[in-house]
Design a protein. Structure first.
Length: 498
């Protein structure tokens, strides 16, 4: 396919041609190209904004930071809500009344209230600390070297994904966690695998048959969780209990709550697992990065009068800037997320007019690989890049679609990385680290996934033992552009870099 780009002007939107085949939606367009090819299509133009014309809707691709800010300010005319309505129908398969509720976009509608609930509930405070503390305790104990064979051979992505899935879901759902059952984990994977096909709504009974089967099995598991006292469990997080109340008070009935809760589990897990994988991949595949991070984390260990060591998760977040920088650089390299809006009316942004009915796309990759932002080393993995650099990261979206769970996700990934660095040595079974390709990565994710897993040797490190502690969130870490405006956000300024 040959792509033709056109600058969008205030006089009239550009007539557009993309290709001669029928494409139903922008989401279908994204499935044709892999994430790397799609990123190159977006970057190659060098334009602040351009138009792609499909046989269906017109697409605007916005690359300029100032225009992105303008798009995010016009939340009523450049809206994400039409995609939520599509998700309620195609992805969640809610009942007709449920779709109507989940699509409410008025000032005090369900979308606004649920958005407010998520950002309040997952902001720094008691609720966030509760799930962070439990996840940290689990992550520190899961790879306990005294209970596993060493060395052992594991599939790196599979191992990390399973451990992170279990730590995260145990912290959220408590002792009746549905994901303790292998069948539920399998159902989740099937549901997740067909997300893009479900969202497009193009013959899903054919293109997403396994995904539909997985979704229905997952819905049944969540119906059982809600119906058999999962929320009454003292180990269930305050967040998941309050989430159920938000759904119920919004008018959703239990069958639709089970469906919405199932879809929430996709949002909870689908990006945190590959983000953890890439963070650990870059750390363990580079001896210099591993040495820097291990030295930093070891220095954060605290020793009591009895010569026992502990590691405070708050110290990992606040006193390990190289680890945080490495994680943030991994997000920059592997984020493939595309924020989307639909123009509900003609809207002027800067000197450009976006026409009613068009889809507006903001690809994270064009920000993350822009040489004017990151300099000549833009394509290199520099684990020290974020020591003193306030970059424009869009790994967690932005504006109204800024991920409310970014602080929990960041804490979980840093905690798992710290635990793994202290407890394990890891080497590729083949003897050589090879960066996995991502040509088949799911475009429904914000973080790309490896096409092929890596067999690694996991060897327990002997000597020092430690226990996990958590003294509470002191300050949040800046992982999104919006966090730069938070007076309580951590910004590391050691070793400033141009």
């Amino acid at each position: 396919m040959q792509t033709q780009f056109y600058t969008t002007t205030v006089i009239m939107p550009t007539p557009v041609i993309y290709c001669a085949i029928t494409i139903v939606t922008g989401l279908a367009f994204m499935t044709i190209l892999g994430p790397e090819e799609l990123l190159m299509e977006f970057i190659v133009s060098g334009l602040p904004i351009y138009t792609i014309r499909l046989p269906g809707p017109r697409l605007y691709v916005v690359n300029s930071p100032s225009l992105i800010s303008a798009v995010q300010r016009h939340v009523r005319t450049l809206s994400f809500s039409p995609f939520l309505a599509r998700a309620a129908s195609n992805l969640i398969a809610a009942s007709k009344p449920g779709v109507e509720i989940l699509s409410q976009d008025e000032e005090n509608g369900f979308i606004t209230r649920f958005h407010h609930f998520n950002h309040v509930s997952l902001s720094p405070g008691h609720n966030l600390d509760t799930v962070k503390r439990k996840a940290w305790k689990i992550m520190a104990s899961l790879p306990a070297c005294g209970s596993v064979n060493s060395p052992r051979r594991v599939r790196m992505y599979e191992w990390i994904s399973n451990e992170v899935m279990m730590a995260t879901t145990e912290a959220i759902y408590g002792s009746q966690n549905p994901f303790r059952k292998p069948a539920v984990r399998t159902a989740w994977s099937k549901y997740y695998s067909g997300m893009t096909h479900l969202m497009t709504g193009v013959m899903p009974s054919i293109t997403a048959r396994q995904s539909i089967h997985g979704r229905e099995a997952l819905v049944q598991a969540f119906a059982q969780y809600y119906g058999e006292g999962g929320l009454e469990d003292t180990e269930a997080s305050p967040y998941i209990k309050d989430q159920y109340e938000c759904f119920s008070q919004g008018g959703l009935k239990d069958p639709d709550i089970a469906r919405t809760g199932s879809a929430f589990s996709i949002a909870l897990l689908s990006n945190i697992m590959p983000a953890t994988f890439w963070t650990l991949y870059h750390i363990f595949s580079d001896p210099a990065i591993l040495q820097d991070c291990r030295k930093e984390i070891s220095a954060a260990l605290q020793r009591d009068d009895s010569e026992n060591y502990s590691l405070d998760l708050a110290s990992v977040e606040l006193s390990c800037p190289i680890l945080v920088s490495t994680y943030t650089e991994a997000l920059r390299h592997h984020s493939t997320g595309i924020s989307v809006r639909q123009a509900l009316d003609d809207q002027l942004i800067g000197e450009y007019t976006l026409k009613k009915g068009a889809i507006v796309m903001i690809p994270a990759g064009t920000q993350h690989f822009n040489p004017s932002i990151w300099g000549e080393t833009v394509n290199e993995f520099d684990h020290l890049r974020f020591l003193g650099t306030k970059g424009r990261l869009r790994s967690f979206g932005g504006g109204l679609t800024l991920c409310p769970g970014r602080h929990f996700a960041t804490s979980t990934i840093l905690g798992f990385a710290a635990s793994s660095i202290l407890n394990f040595d890891m080497q590729p079974w083949s003897g050589r680290w090879v960066t996995p390709i991502v040509k088949n990565s799911s475009m429904s994710n914000s973080i790309n996934q490896p096409d092929v897993d890596i067999d690694v040797e996991l060897r327990c490190r002997t000597g020092q033992t430690w226990r996990p502690t958590f003294s509470g969130t002191k300050r949040t870490i800046q992982v999104a552009s919006e966090d730069a405006n938070d007076p309580n956000a951590v910004f590391y300024n050691q070793t400033p870099r141009d």
